[in-house]
Each structure stands twice: as structure tokens, then as C-alpha cells.
Write a protein that binds this ligand. Structure first.
Ligand code: HEM
Length: 214
């Protein structure tokens, strides 16, 4: 049994189009950010490899999204990571952060150019300063899909991401991607963390800009 309404087609007619005012815990993440003290631990031949990294993240508000009666507010993001002083992309990631004010549901989608897609879910109140989303391989709700090579050789079992918003306006994340590398007895914790400082404010969503312009 679920609490979902019987009428799954009718949309609400009282939607506030100002996404920035309705993002709840995600409001603190809106904008353009840079982090220079990232740390990645990734699987390598003999031992885990540790690598410092720098990162630029753009998180921009999108127009409110309705699935029938379900109303979501969110941010579209792009993360690009390089090694310090280098141009070549070390890690790249695109997706959405979504929050449902009526229930506190959090959804975080990520796609990376290794051929992987993840939908991680969690729960957070409007004023939460820290929140976690998780995904597990095999789930049809918060799942992980990998291309054939990765699924066979570097199987991703789970993904956990915790975001913390700090008093100075910065935010940080810690993530743990658990891999079962072929031929290894133990799962490998591929971890990443960074602290992001705002370098530019967000651009309001298209509908909010139109309403403001009259
Ligand atoms: C800041 C975040 C991340 C960075 C900097 C990063 C970086 C890396 C690096 C350097 C490798 C080793 C590449 C190689 O040896 O060819 C790797 C492997 C891998 N990463 Fe990440 N990663 C990040 C996040 C993620 C996330 C979120 C996922 C999936 C949910 C993921 C999935 C994988 C997989 C499946 C591998 C094994 C494939 C391989 O070693 O070639 N990574 N990552």
C-alpha cells in the first residue's frame, strides 16, 4: 500500500514557479562552485590509488516539474574534475537534484561517461543541513545501471552520498561507491570527497524570469 493519490493525472493549479524559493535543503547548493581540496580513492592494480583533485560544479534551478499531483523542485548540475594544474578531465558527471516539498523526498540522478547511470534517493526536511542519498544495484527505484564492461569487470554494488552545508555557506560531500572488482575477494570502497565554495550565484529558472519580467 502507498499514500499516493487515486487521481494520478491531475496536476496542481497553485504551483509557485520560483524554484529558488522552494528548493528546501537543496537551496544551499544553487549556484556555481569550486573546490580545490578534493580527494579520490580509486581501484588500481596492486593497491588503492589516491589522487587529489580540483572540481567545478554548476547547479542551476529548473522549472517546477509535475508528475500528475507530484510536484518536484530541482537543480540541474554538471561537475567537472581535473587533477590540480591539468586540463584533461579526470571525472565528469551530469544529472539532477530533486526535492518534493510535500514529502521531503530527495532524488539525485547521476550519469558518468564510463557508461553508468544512478538514481539515488533519500529524505530531508526543508531546513536540513545534512542529507544522504543511496542507490543499490538491482533496485528498480534507487538503482545503478552499468554498461556491459563495467557490469562484468567493475560491478558497482552501491552508492552513498552525504552532503553537509556549512555555516560559512560552503558545502561538502562524501561519497562511497562500492565496487566488486573481478578477481578480488573483497568489495572496494571507491571514495570521493570535496568542499565547494561559491564563485557565482544561480540563474533563476526560466519561468521565474518570465514572471519577474512581466
Ligand atoms: C569525484 C568523483 C569521482 C572521481 C574523481 C572518480 C575517479 C575515478 C578514477 C580515477 C578511476 C580509475 C580509472 C582507471 O583506472 O581507469 C575510477 C574508477 C571507477 N569509478 Fe570513479 N570517480 C568518481 C566518482 C564515481 C562515481 C560517482 C561512480 C559511480 C556511481 C564511479 C564509478 C567508477 C567505476 C565503476 C570505476 C571502475 C572502472 C575503472 O577503474 O576503469 N566513480 N573513478
Amino acid at each position: 500500500m502507498s499514500d499516493y493519490p487515486e487521481d494520478i493525472f491531475s496536476e496542481r493549479d497553485d504551483i509557485d514557479v520560483d524554484t529558488l524559493a522552494n528548493l528546501g535543503p537543496l537551496a544551499a547548493l544553487a549556484g556555481i562552485w569550486e573546490g580545490t581540496r578534493g580527494l579520490d580513492v580509486n581501484p588500481y592494480i596492486d593497491a588503492p590509488r589516491r589522487q587529489a583533485f580540483v572540481e567545478r560544479v554548476e547547479l542551476q534551478p529548473i522549472d517546477p516539474q509535475s508528475n500528475g499531483p507530484q510536484l518536484l523542485y530541482g537543480l540541474r548540475y554538471h561537475t567537472r574534475v581535473t587533477k590540480p594544474g591539468e586540463v584533461e578531465t579526470y571525472h565528469d558527471q551530469v544529472g539532477y537534484w530533486l526535492w518534493e516539498p510535500a514529502t521531503g523526498a530527495l532524488l539525485h540522478s547521476l550519469t558518468i561517461p564510463r557508461g553508468q547511470a544512478v538514481l539515488a534517493t533519500g529524505q530531508a526536511s526543508a531546513d536540513a543541513r545534512t542529507f544522504t542519498v543511496t542507490a543499490v544495484r538491482g533496485s528498480t527505484v534507487n538503482g545503478i545501471s552499468s554498461g556491459p564492461f563495467l557490469e562484468e569487470r567493475f560491478r558497482t554494488e552501491s552508492f552513498t552520498l552525504t552532503v553537509t552545508v556549512h555555516d560559512d555557506g560552503a558545502w561538502s560531500y562524501e561519497e562511497d561507491t562500492v565496487l566488486q572488482v573481478r578477481g578480488r575477494p573483497e568489495p572496494f570502497h571507491h571514495t570521493d570527497r570535496n568542499r565547494l565554495t561559491r564563485v557565482a550565484p544561480p540563474t533563476p529558472n526560466p519561468l521565474a524570469r518570465e514572471v519577474k519580467a512581466g
